[in-house]
Design a binder for this molecule. Structure first.
Ligand code: FES
Ligand SMILES: [Fe+2]
Length: 316
């Protein structure tokens, strides 16, 4: 299950999107249904009724907090336990449950652990830009036609900025770079993943980029005494599709008017990347030795090493 993305915590959806109706998702090839129980806590089950394989996300949440299958009305609680089978009072419900997945709600996001069960080792540890209640946040979503590994590497890649983003976040570098310029990319491993900086001709713009395993990039944009960050959450759907949640966080200009401005800016930058990333072939990043790399690929190579060492060790 969850091939290449198993046993990790990932955000799946914004808290505000999960209301009374169940929501179905595909995550790394597995169908999942999310719903809220009586207390309002999120729950996740495999989106497959144990009776005849129907999508539970087509059902409804009942006043007792159970998710009712749309086909024959079996009821499952937040732990997947079968609480009712219509017309079959003697059925052994204890053995007829749905499969639960560990779920948490942290920082306006609903997180899933990609292994069946109710408990996961540890909890999600999101970057503080996603959780600090004093910050204003914007969120935009996109679906790209690519494997998530290409999108994740794109988010960790600095040398593409003056090309793909020549009119936006890359225009400053573009102004002073020359044919002889040198970019130095640093990569420092951290407990959460890694930290990368890029200097052009020794010039440090002060920006830094964090990789939070397995699939979050946090870009710190340097403004003195201010918090301004863009987070890219890269969610595998299947081998050809990736959902991006781009979350901006800031501690200034917090009004709604500015919210749309910041959101539009994030959307513009993400949309600039799309065609380039979708064109990458093979769609999934190949092992390191199968593509040609240079010094400025340090951060993306660090991700690729993590991917093949930890998430998909069987592939090499
Ligand atoms: S398929 Fe779900 S109750 Fe029959
Ligand atoms: Fe980009």
């Amino acid at each position: 299950m969850f091939e290449g993305f198993a046993r990790v915590w990932t955000p799946l959806v914004a808290s505000s999107a999960l209301k009374k109706a169940p929501l179905g998702f595909t995550l790394a090839g597995e169908k999942i249904v999310l719903f809220r129980d009586l207390s309002g806590a999120p729950a996740a089950l495999l989106d497959r009724c144990p009776h005849r394989g129907v999508a539970l996300s087509l059902g409804q949440v009942l006043p007792n907090g159970c998710l009712e299958c749309p086909f024959h009305g079996w009821q499952f609680d937040a732990r997947g336990v079968n609480q009712h089978i219509p017309f079959n009072p003697q059925a052994r419900r204890a053995t007829l449950g749905a499969t639960p997945l560990p779920t948490r709600e942290i920082g306006d996001l609903i997180w899933i652990y990609t292994a069946p069960g109710l408990d996961a080792p540890g909890a999600p540890s999101p970057p503080d830009g996603l959780t600090d209640p004093s910050l204003a946040r914007t969120l935009i979503e996109r679906t790209w036609n690519c494997h998530w590994t290409r999108a994740m590497e794109n988010m960790l890649d600095s040398p593409h900025l003056p090309f793909v983003h020549r009119k936006t976040i890359g225009k400053f570098t573009r102004r002073y770079m020359t044919l002889d310029s040198t970019m130095t990319v640093t990569w420092d491993e951290t407990d959460f993943g890694g930290l990368t900086r890029s200097l052009v001709d020794g010039r440090d713009g002060g920006g830094r980029l964090e990789f939070h395993k397995p699939n979050i990039m946090a870009l710190h944009i340097p403004i003195p005494h201010r918090h301004l960050r863009i987070h890219a959450i890269v969610i595998p759907v299947d081998t050809q599709h990736t959902r991006l949640m781009v979350v901006g966080s800031r501690d200034f200009l917090k009004s709604d008017w500015f919210r749309s401005l910041f959101a539009a800016n994030s959307a513009r930058i993400a949309d600039e990347d799309r065609a380039v990333v979708e064109s990458s072939w093979p769609s999934e990043v190949p092992p390191i030795e199968q593509e040609h790399s240079v010094g400025t690929d340090r951060a993306t190579l660090a991700f690729r090493k993590y991917y093949f060492d930890t998430l998909k060790p069987s592939a090499v």
